[in-house]
Design a protein around this ligand. Structure first.
Ligand code: ZN
Length: 227
C-alpha cells in the first residue's frame, strides 16, 4: 500500500509506516518484535503518531460497532473514515524528534549502550545483535551494525519486514533512509541496500519470515547472516 501522506521539508522523518501496519498495531495484531519497531518510530514521528491516534479510533469504533461489514473495508478506507471525523487531540510530546539517541522502546531491550553490545560478526562489514532466540524460520528481530559504504545482498521478502534506522543511513531502490525513518516492506519489494559512507549504520529489523536472497552470494551468506 502506498503511504497516504508524506510530510516533506518540515518533518525530519521521511519514510513512514503503512496504514495496514498502523491498524495492526492498534489492534494488537503485530508480533512483539514489530510492535517495538513501530513504537520506536512513533517516538520520533509526529506524523505517524497522529495517524496512530486515528487507527486507535478506528479500532475502537470497530469494537464498539461489532459490524462485520466494517471490517471488510480496506485499511485506507478505514483511515479515510477516521480522518473525516472531528479532530482528535494528539500528544505534543516531541522530545525525541531529530534526536539520534536510541528510542526508549529499543533501549529498554538492550543490556547497555550500543557501543558496548556484544556484536557478532556475520559477514564482512556486518555485525548483528539478536534480540530474541527464535529459530530463523520464525523471523528475525535484531540490530544490525553496518560499516559505512557496504552493499547488502539483493533480497526480497516472504512477508512483512520492518527496518528502523537508529543511526546512520542507507539507500536502496525505494529511497534514502536515515535515522528515525522506517522501511515498511512487504513481499513484493526486492532491494539492495547500500549503507551511507558518512558513518556506521545501526538498523533494527523485524521480519515475519526469513528474507529471500536473489543472488547466489546472498543465498550462500544467509545461514551466516541469519536473516
Ligand atoms: Zn512516520
Amino acid at each position: 500500500m502506498n503511504i497516504s501522506e508524506q510530510t516533506i521539508g518540515i518533518d525530519p522523518v521521511s519514510h513512514h509506516l503503512n496504514d495496514e501496519t498502523l491498524l495492526d498495531y492498534a489492534c494488537g495484531a503485530l508480533p512483539v518484535a514489530m510492535e517495538t519497531l513501530v513504537a520506536c518510530h512513533l517516538t520520533v514521528c509526529p506524523h505517524c503518531r497522529e495517524r496512530n491516534q486515528l487507527a486507535d479510533n478506528v479500532n475502537g469504533q470497530m469494537l464498539a460497532d461489532q459490524k462485520p461489514a466494517t471490517i471488510k473495508l480496506s485499511a485506507a478506507e478505514l483511515l479515510s473514515q477516521a480522518r473525516s471525523k472531528p479532530a482528535i487531540s494528539v500528544s505534543k510530546k516531541t522530545n525525541a524528534v531529530g534526536d539520534k539517541s536510541v528510542p526508549r522502546p529499543l533501549g529498554r531491550l538492550l543490556p547497555g549502550p550500543i557501543e558496548s553490545l556484544e556484536w557478532r560478526a556475520v559477514a564482512p562489514g556486518i555485525k548483528q545483535f539478536a534480540l530474541n532466540n527464535q529459530p530463523r524460520q520464525a523471523g528475525a528481530f535484531k540490530l544490525l551494525r553496518l560499516e559505512p559504504g557496504i552493499t547488502l545482498s539483493q533480497h526480497t521478502h516472504n512477508e512483512r519486514e520492518l527496518t528502523y534506522v537508529v543511526r546512520g543511513s542507507y539507500r536502496d531502490e525505494i529511497g534514502h533512509f536515515k535515522a528515525g525513518d522506517i522501511a515498511d516492506l512487504d513481499g513484493h519489494v526486492e532491494h539492495k541496500p547500500i549503507v551511507g559512507d558518512e558513518e556506521v549504520c545501526i538498523a533494527l529489523i523485524a521480519t515475519d519470515a526469513p528474507v529471500k536472497y536473489t543472488t547466489m552470494l546472498g543465498k550462500i551468506m544467509q545461514p551466516f547472516v541469519g536473516i
